[in-house]
Design a protein around this ligand. Sequence first.
Ligand SMILES: NC(=O)c1ccc[n+]([C@@H]2O[C@H](COP(=O)([O-])OP(=O)(O)OC[C@H]3O[C@@H](n4cnc5c(N)ncnc54)[C@H](OP(=O)(O)O)[C@@H]3O)[C@@H](O)[C@H]2O)c1
Length: 139
Amino acid sequence: MSTDVRAICAIGLRGQLGLHGRMPWEGERGRVFREDVARFFEITRGHVLLAGPRTIASVPEFARQDRTVAVIRSSERPEEVLARYAGRVVFIGGGPAVWEVYAPHIRHWDINRLPYDGDADRWFDPQWLVKGGAARGRP
Ligand SMILES: NC(=O)c1ccc[n+]([C@@H]2O[C@H](COP(=O)([O-])OP(=O)(O)OC[C@H]3O[C@@H](n4cnc5c(N)ncnc54)[C@H](OP(=O)(O)O)[C@@H]3O)[C@@H](O)[C@H]2O)c1
C-alpha cells in the first residue's frame, strides 16, 4: 500500500513562507489569514503531518489530538519515513529544506496565496512543483 503524499503551505505574494521562526503575517487579524489557519487544521485532520523540528514545535497541543504529528530529520531517508505511513494521507509541512527533499514524492500541493508583501527569511521555491522523481514515475 502506498503513501498518499501531499504538501500544504501558505505563501505571501512573492513566495514568503517564514520570518524569525514564525509565519511572516503572524498577528494579522484579517479574515483570509484566520481562514487559512482554520483551513490548515481542517484539511490535515485525521491525517499525518510531518515537518522539520521548528515547524512541528509550533503545532498547538489541541491539533495533536486528532492527527498524527511527527518531526522528521535530515538524517532520515524520505522513502523510509514515508513507508511508515503506508495507506495514510501524509502532509509534508515544511520548512524549505524539507520540501526541497520531499518534493519528488509529493503528488498534490495545496498552496494558499495570502495578501502579504513584507519581509521573510524563508521562501517558497516554485521549482519544487516540477521536481521529477518518485511521484511521477519519471527517471
Ligand atoms: N508558510 C507556511 O506554510 C510555512 C510552513 C512551514 C514552515 N513555515 C515557516 O518556516 C520556518 C520554519 O522552517 P525552518 O526551515 O526554519 O525549520 P524546520 O521546520 O525545522 O525545517 C527544516 C529542518 O528540517 C529538518 N529536516 C528533516 N528532514 C530533512 C531532509 N530530508 N532534508 C533536510 N532537512 C530535513 C532539518 O533539521 P535537522 O537537520 O536538524 O534534522 C532542517 O533544518 C518558520 O518561520 C515557519 O513559520 C511556514
